[in-house]
Design a protein around this ligand. Structure first.
Ligand code: IPE
Ligand code: IPE
Ligand code: MG
Length: 253
């Protein structure tokens, strides 16, 4: 574990890592347990990954914890997840402060039960002065929800004369997304062997490096994160250019 951490090039860290934490249910079912048992163990992985990210000096970590579509799961699972969310946040606030972690939430908060909204608001306020890792929880989030919301708000602002449609560019558009304060993720990880995006950061992932692993989320620990970062660091990000152009840029000519 120590060794892998040392293989991570600290000079070339991604600023922003986004993770689809998937496979809790299957992990539990394989053990003959209830799906909630998997979510419960998934919390330990969240703790490890937040800690590893803070230790490395990652600036932004976005965790997809609950999608808009997840509201359609059986009520018992939804209720269990909400309770787990609130209890975990409540328990972890002191630890987040100790690690200088600043909590943010993206998603449709109005869908969350009142007790969850209140707990989140409090945790955001209590960690708002921290300036280490930005931990962004995507809760009741979906990218299409976010994009439609952005378009609606742009429409309202055009109508109110606040912006001229002629002047709308990528920068203007990003300002209307819930991620307006964060850079795009350079690395997106999905666990559990599923190869899809599931309505996560569709706009922001335009040029992200995608990393898929068969490991289910409750088994995803620090060394798995280091492996993903090392894999990312061995890739050539071309942004539409040729490999030759990129190596010239990297060598400063
Ligand atoms: C991810 O694990 C956590 C949430 C979506 C809340 P899942 O609950 O999707 O687990 P699988 O994919 O069914 O195994
Ligand atoms: C995506 O996982 C959402 C989260 C991890 C919170 P899902 O398990 O809901 O996605 P699908 O249904 O496999 O696409
Ligand atoms: Mg899943």
């Amino acid at each position: 574990m120590e060794d892998l951490q040392q293989k991570v090039n600290k000079q070339r860290l991604p600023k922003h890592i986004a993770i689809i934490m998937d496979g809790n249910g299957r992990w539990a079912e394989e053990k003959g347990e209830d799906r909630l048992f998997g979510h419960f163990h998934g919390v330990n992985s969240v703790r490890s990954i937040v800690e590893a990210s803070a230790e490395l000096g990652i600036q932004y970590l976005t965790l997809y914890a609950f999608s808009t579509e997840n509201w359609d799961r059986p009520q018992q699972e939804v209720d269990g997840l909400m309770t787990l969310l609130v209890e975990t946040i409540h328990k972890e606030i002191a630890e987040l402060n100790e690690k200088n972690v600043k909590l943010h939430v993206i998603g449709d908060m109005t869908m969350l039960p009142d007790f969850a909204q209140a707990e989140l608001k409090e945790a955001i306020a209590l960690t708002s002065n921290n300036n280490g890792l930005n931990l962004i929880m995507a809760l009741s989030y979906s990218s299409r929800w976010e994009l439609i919301n952005a378009v609606k708000n742009i429409g309202f602002d055009v109508k109110a004369g606040k912006i001229n449609p002629e002047n709308i560019n990528q920068e203007t558009f990003s300002q209307y997304l819930s991620t307006s304060n964060f850079p795009d993720p350079e690395l997106m990880i999905r666990t559990s062997g599923e190869y899809r995006i599931s309505n996560f950061l569709l706009y922001q992932l335009a040029y992200s490096e995608l990393y898929f692993t068969n490991t289910c989320w409750p088994d995803f620990k620090k060394e798995n994160l280091y492996e993903a970062i090392i894999d990312y660091q061995n890739r050539e990000r071309r942004f539409g250019k040729t490999g030759k152009q990129i190596s010239h840029i990297e060598h400063g000519s």
